[in-house]
Ligand binder design. Structure first.
Ligand code: ATP
Ligand code: MG
Length: 92
């Protein structure tokens, strides 16, 4: 959300949370200028790196997709609810 405010020049943000097929998905979409490939993979992108690290820590992942002039979609996917799965505290 901070990234959208700081970088995107968006007028709209959509936040969706959904559960399907044993996965929780959180999607944050904006209608701003769109993040570029260089920006998603740049080593100076510590904010995005931190998001990826935190997703991995809970067994999930982050996907980032930008389309120039259309906006950016960030998707967090985390497996849930399966006994013995990555999110089962019994594995700790
Ligand atoms: N929603 C977005 N729309 C367009 N560009 C974005 C968006 N989010 C991030 N970016 C671009 O990706 C870059 C990397 O984002 P990242 O959050 O990693 O770094 P930052 O926001 O510049 O610095 P910080 O470390 O304070 O988060 C940004 O500098 C910006 O250029
Ligand atoms: Mg940032």
């Amino acid at each position: 959300m901070t990234n959208v405010l700081r970088h995107a020049q968006a007028t709209r943000i959509d936040i969706r949370a959904a559960e399907a097929a044993g996965e929780f998905m959180l999607t944050i979409s904006d209608n701003g200028k769109g993040i570029s490939e260089d920006e998603t993979s740049g080593l100076q992108s510590l904010g995005l790196l931190g998001m990826r690290e935190r997703a991995i820590l809970i067994g999930g992942k982050i996907d980032i997709a930008g389309v120039e002039g259309k906006g950016t979609v960030i998707t967090l996917t985390v497996p849930i609810g399966r006994a013995g799965g990555p999110s089962d505290p019994a594995n700790d």
